[in-house]
Design a protein around this ligand. Sequence first.
Ligand code: FE2
Length: 553
Amino acid sequence: MTKEARVSQRAMVGWYDPRVLMQSGYQVAISNVFGRFSDTRLIEALATQPQAEFDYSQCSGDFWLDYVADVGDGWNSTYAVASAMAQPTLEFGDAGSREVTQPGRVLVFGGDEVYPYPTRNEYEVRTEGPYRHAFAGQPRPDVFAIPGNHDWYDGLVAFSRTYCRPERGFAGGKTRQTRSYFALKLPANWWLAAIDLQLGSELDEPQVKYFQTVASHMDPAAKLILCVPEPRWIYEAAYPSHSGYEEESTTRFLEDQVFKRKVRVFLTGDLHFYKRHENAAGVQKITSGGGGAFLHPTHAPETARLRHGFEQRAAFPDEQTSRRLSWRNFLFPLINPKSGWLYAFLYAMSAWLASARLQAADVVDLPTALGAALNAAIRDPLNGMWLLTILSGFIFFTDTHVRAWRIIGGSFHGAMHLAAAFMVGWCALLLTVRGLDLHYGSVAQLLAAGLITVVLGAIAGSFILGVYLFISVRLFGRHANEAFSALRIQDYKQWLRLRIDASGALTIFAIAIERVPRRWRATTRGGEPTFSAHDARATAPRLIDRVKVSAGP
Ligand SMILES: [Fe+2]
């Protein structure tokens, strides 16, 4: 394997690594507070780029299009999907009902093209590189993309360089769009429109004008597929009291004011699993975010029935598997070893501040030490403020929109950590004073106790967080994102393959890989470097769902 190949194969992002936590928090805060203002030059520049719809309506034979979202995390997952997608054919079923699918003439990225935050280099290493190697020696599709929230964290700078410059292309294939949204005219009077909602905001004026112009070119009987950056139909069911998740306003505006027709198929990512909801009229709402990022749970929160008569028809992985995977939260310290630094710091600081006012007589036994620690928390303003800050932090972190639960759940979680910090500090005292026979308050005893607190605090704190996340996601259906980003599961990946056949019918194939390869062998194909899987435990791509959308009115 070449050196270049080794360095490009990234592990899954460690979301609880303090460095990633701090940078993510900073980027989210900055982009949410200033995002709408800081990027006006870029947005204006993009909006003034000429762009019409892109015409694929004259393509002969069956027309194929691949749709993948939430890519660009670890190498194994991203590359497994890309290389399966690049196979000349993928066949499913038996002799009785055999389906032969082909790679798309067009590849649509549905949002979150890179993790944890966008830079030109991260797009190259985590996304474009894998797709370049995967399609080595194969015909390359034309590539289109809309941004998700992760693409927006730098104000869309790296995204627009990667996808909106037709002169540079993507991974050896062609790019054509010059803006962060686009429309495709497909065969048999099908159209695909893909919108950019920035960070959960509304459509901007140039975008509305673009789609109004596109709509004026559409035949009255044209059928519409709409790609959106997030499944608001799921979020509004999961977070009914949260404003900003109402799907209806944007969808109704687009259907009534812009396209003047009902959308037949909605496609999105943002949640890293596969779920398909359908109503009695056969309208499809498909969430397909399995392109590479860590798995989200399908069992929580409960969203089997949505508004307007939409019901869940398929999910991958199934809910039983999803529930089983949540047990891995008990392994939190092992899966997220760097998270321990945060708790080591919190626990050591708590012990340090508490010990400042304690005398040898205060720590002779557990009840006396507990009383003295409580007394110190009340009497010492610095100590008290520190503990209150920790408690508030855990209340802020709690994922619920019911304020009472937030306070109860957050306080309970924070109190568990404070109790653990006390016990860790107490153990450190016992071990150093009675175990090692060091003089209480001596430099050696304090340093030894500090070291023990750091080590035990890192393990205990991470474990308590894992237990808290497990209880939240299993019993209350909350912290789905936090509980599963912690697991960094690279398996259960999937993408969509769309076919428009000679009759004009649209068939959507959902293709999944249950276990992605862990080992790869460098090779060449058509003179280009590529990688083949070298892992007997990896599973082959399989068809998990298929839905036919009729060509009728
Ligand atoms: Fe995502």
